[in-house]
Design a protein around this ligand. Structure first.
Ligand SMILES: [Mn+2]
Length: 325
């Protein structure tokens, strides 16, 4: 069974660059569409049996219609090719208040065949052309949702959410897990707690550094593949072992903290029960280039800067550039 795993598309992160006068759209949004359509192309080209989106479609949980249209247009191409799409909301998709819908719930509400939006932790079976795919979605845990589930009743602290940054960080929860999963619930809960610990650290480091290895690798053995979202750097937390526990990373760069990261999606092949292989497929991202220039005493600043820019001239074509003087 072949899967395409992608996450953190973050359409609408319009940092840097400018509005394209030809289209009226922000260039970074267009860059995002280019990467997203490349990911869909990859799914079609490899004739995957299902696509798994592990959360964070947009910048916020209330994207504008242009961003929604861009995302939906690409997702529709999967549906037109009869590739089932599994979607699990991430923290950027989730509203904080009780009763409000996530940014991706609309895809479920349309009742489109082959589109599965999972906003609760429940084990689901998704029919694919290669047979049934069992999925254990692990959406971003929002306190009000967790408290509404019997499994967690009385186990979630009733502390209200405040706008304090430190507290918000403390309350941020796990990454998302979607995989083939004949396991019981406690396993997933444990994995979630582990994820929350490194999630906190990772957030402090602007999603840039690798996370520590998965401490629950042994307990993940009931999955064939664990498809994570949230951390923007591609990595396998269970490298060299089964099952792969993979962050696909984001599809495009958000900021200079990700300057050197490879961005892309992951092609997964579940060859047999308990054995999956995968391949990272890089997206056609716009390069980010930092030019650093130290001005020595007595040096002519403009000249020194021009020389520093000149030394990197080959890396500047079409790039987002920052100059640190
Ligand atoms: Mn994200």
């Amino acid at each position: 069974m072949k899967l395409l795993h992608f996450a953190d598309t973050h359409l609408g992160m319009e940092n840097y660059w400018r509005v394209n006068p030809q289209t009226g759209l922000h260039s970074r949004f267009e860059d995002g569409l280019k990467c997203l359509s490349f990911i869909v192309d990859t799914a079609l080209e490899h004739e995957v049996d299902a696509a798994i989106f592990a959360g964070d479609a947009y910048r916020t949980c209330d994207p504008n219609p242009t961003h929604q249209h861009g995302f939906a247009t690409q997702m529709r191409r999967l549906r037109d090719a009869s590739i089932p799409l599994v979607m699990v909301p991430g923290n950027h998709d989730m509203p904080v208040s009780f009763g409000r819908k996530s940014a991706i719930d609309i895809f479920g509400a349309l009742g489109t065949q082959g589109v599965f939006v999972f906003t609760r932790r429940q084990i689901e079976t998704v029919p694919t052309k290669a047979g049934p795919l069992q999925v254990a979605p692990f959406p971003w845990p929002v306190r009000s949702n967790l408290m509404a589930q019997d499994e967690f009743r009385g186990r979630v602290k009733k502390k209200s959410r405040t706008k304090s940054k430190a507290r918000r960080r403390r309350h941020r929860g796990a990454g998302r897990v979607a995989g083939r999963h004949p396991a019981r619930h406690p396993h997933r809960a444990r994995h979630g707690r582990q994820s929350r610990d490194f999630g906190k650290r990772i957030l402090r480091r602007h999603h840039a550094r690798p996370a520590p290895p998965c401490r629950h690798a042994g307990q993940c053995a009931r999955f064939d593949y664990v498809a994570l979202g949230h951390v923007h750097k591609f990595q396998d937390l269970n490298k060299g072992a089964q099952p792969p526990v993979v962050y696909s990373g984001s599809m495009d760069r958000i900021n200079f903290g990700e300057e050197r990261d490879r961005k892309g999606c992951v092609l997964v092949d579940i060859l047999q029960k308990g054995h999956a292989s995968y391949e990272f497929i890089p997206t056609p991202t716009r390069p980010f280039t930092t030019i650093r220039c130290d001005i020595e005493a007595g040096e002519e600043p403009t000249l020194a800067l021009l020389q520093a820019i000149d030394r990197k001239s080959e890396q500047l074509v079409g790039a987002v550039v920052r100059v640190v003087l």
